[in-house]
Write a protein that binds this ligand. Structure first.
Ligand SMILES: C=C(OP(=O)(O)O)C(=O)O
Ligand SMILES: [Mg+2]
Length: 556
């Protein structure tokens, strides 16, 4: 029988399919004691699990070929290491269960690797993956990581980290459902980048059994479990209605009375270009460069690798604008070579621009790579720094850009309330602002963007967030400079009208949202957007702000 679950819809569209679960991180197996007479049986279980995992890794390597094959073969060698096997057997002889013995033996091997120089330390993540696979097999729980499936599926997870999703095959993912995460979590951002429907913060999601058929409506946040034939028909009708409305809006972003609001794209690398070009993006408003390097977070990316990736993006927008963000490492996007491992609270620690100022050579290499990539291309390059707190940060960034000989506009992201409050002083150092509303909401409401239970406070309609946006936009207007939004707030069509009314000068979003936002802007005048913005700011809650804006925009 059909049941309906309600979460938060974060990426439009409808998907119907079987759920496949993302294996969760392996729990530490309990340290129970196993009687001596069972030791041989436990040793055999351990041996078989190790062998099965090694064989599986080799088989995957054969399929993948290239660099991936070398990595998987090295992992299979780690699994079959005779020293490790001897250690596992020793631990079982003194009373460990097979899973606990594997867990502990890998822990001591891990310490050895971590202390054995930079290259070996970089293999720790591979070793952990091998351990997780063997322990998961012994415990009889799903393998960690992306599901193995040849059929398209709806991906179900507690939450998704950027590193998990690097391995997803987009052609197989129909949609996402996650138990954690809010509208600005990386699950949501990735879903929008892939253009697949997604629902996050769905309580009880991980209890859905593997293979359950669900229908996901990423616009309303509903997930229908075992949908009826009537439900499927209704969802197909809704999807068709949206498609028709979208097809009607084309061209550059503007209100119905011609106030221009360039519609730009958020990208993570050249792989996103076909979708954003197809969706008619007028440029790039946020190139999240750290996404290029998540697969090799142990070492700083080489200059040549960077130049190639940047050039590919810059070439795609002749005559257009491309805003590149320098590496934003830390908190939800850790990079081993930049992010301190032992911070008690990484979101409040050395992340974003702070870590680049601690590693000036990494910043210099990136800025020089950008200068080189842009040489001779007819593109308006802009470069911005994440997590700018004050004028001193902005000045340090601008100075680094000048030293690298970069001919581009330098800008600051407004992601920390202090930057919105003192936007005018920051604008003495840089030429534009870009509001990162995801982090700005996180820091304004002290609400971790990765935690589903505080998603209410991550809602970009919160009037306090709208006030900070208005402050930054007014400061930019007073200085005769631009102030865009590149956080996920820009991808909500109704909110995009409100942001325009607040004085924001461009909107940047994932490819899938561009048509929706274009259509919403084209349906309203600037004066209507301004009235909607005033009504939203006068409200006392996110829900009331949304209602007030909707009333203004639909009632005139
Ligand atoms: C655009 C933003 O940056 P990210 O989501 O990559 O932190 C933001 O914080 O709004
Ligand atoms: Mg941010």
């Amino acid at each position: 029988m059909e049941t309906t679950l309600q979460g938060v819809g974060v990426s439009h569209g409808v998907a119907i399919g079987e759920v496949r679960r993302m294996g969760t991180a392996v729990l530490e197996p309990p340290a129970k004691s196993v009687p001596a007479q069972e030791a041989p049986r436990e040793q055999e279980r351990a041996r078989q699990a190790v062998e099965a995992v090694a064989a599986d890794l080799l088989a995957r390597g054969n399929l993948a070929g290239g660099e991936a094959q070398a990595v998987l073969e090295a992992q299979a060698l780690m699994a079959r290491d005779p020293e490790l096997a001897a250690d596992v057997n020793r631990r079982i002889n003194v009373g460990s269960s097979a899973e606990r013995a594997v867990y502990d033996a890998f822990a001591s091997y891990r310490e050895l690797l971590a202390g054995a120089g930079e290259y070996m330390a970089g293999r720790v993540a591979d070793l952990d993956d091998v351990r997780n696979r063997i322990v998961a097999r012994l415990l009889g729980v799903p393998m960690p990581g992306v599901p193995d499936s040849d059929e398209p599926y709806v991906l179900l997870a507690r939450d998704l980290a950027p590193a998990d999703t690097a391995l997803l095959d987009p052609s197989l993912v129909l949609g996402f459902v996650t138990e954690e995460g809010g509208p600005t979590s990386h699950s949501a951002i990735l879903a929008r980048a892939l253009g697949v429907p997604a629902v996050v913060a769905l309580a009880g999601a991980v209890e859905l059994a593997e293979g359950t058929v669900v229908a996901v409506d990423g616009s309303t946040g509903e997930v229908f479990v075992a949908p009826s034939a009537e439900r499927r028909a209704e969802l197909a009708r809704r999807a068709e209605e949206r498609r028709v409305a979208l097809a009607a809006a084309t061209g550059p972003g503007a209100t119905s009375d011609g106030h221009k609001v360039p519609l730009l794209a958020n990208i993570g690398g050249p792989g996103d270009l076909p979708a954003v070009l197809e969706a008619g993006a007028e440029g790039v408003g946020l190139f999240r460069t750290e996404f290029l390097f998540l697969d090799d977070a142990a070492a700083a990316p080489s200059k040549d690798k960077q130049i190639a990736a940047y050039r590919e993006v810059l070439e795609a927008f002749p005559g257009g604008r491309v805003v590149v963000r320098v590496l934003d490492a830390g908190a939800d996007k850790p990079l081993g070579f930049l992010t301190p491992a032992d911070e008690p609270n990484p979101a409040l620690g050395v992340r974003g621009l702070r870590s680049l100022l601690d590693h000036p050579e990494v910043l210099r290499t990136q800025l020089e790579a950008l200068a080189e990539a842009a040489r001779g291309l007819p593109v308006y390059l802009a470069v911005m720094a994440p997590m700018v707190a004050d004028r001193q940060d902005a000045a340090a960034f601008a100075e680094a850009c000048r030293e690298a000989g970069l001919r581009a506009k330098f800008g600051a992201m407004v992601e920390i309330p202090s930057a919105a409050l003192r936007a005018r002083s920051i604008l003495q150092e840089v030429e534009f602002l870009s509001l990162g509303t995801n982090d700005l909401a996180q820091y304004t409401f002290a609400a971790d963007r990765q935690v589903g239970s505080v998603a209410r406070l991550q809602d970009p309609w919160q009037p306090a967030l709208l006030d900070l946006i208005a402050l930054a936009a007014e400061a930019a207007r007073a200085e005769g400079k631009s102030c865009g939004v590149c956080g996920e707030a820009a991808s909500d069509p109704l909110l995009a009208c409100v942001l325009t009314g607040l004085g924001v000068t461009s909107l940047s979003m994932g490819a899938a949202a561009l048509a929706y936002v274009r259509a919403a802007l084209a349906g309203h005048t600037l004066a209507q957007c301004e009235r909607a913005a005033a009504a939203a700011r006068a409200a006392d809650s996110a829900a009331d702000a949304r209602r007030a804006a909707r009333t203004v925009l639909s009632g005139e």
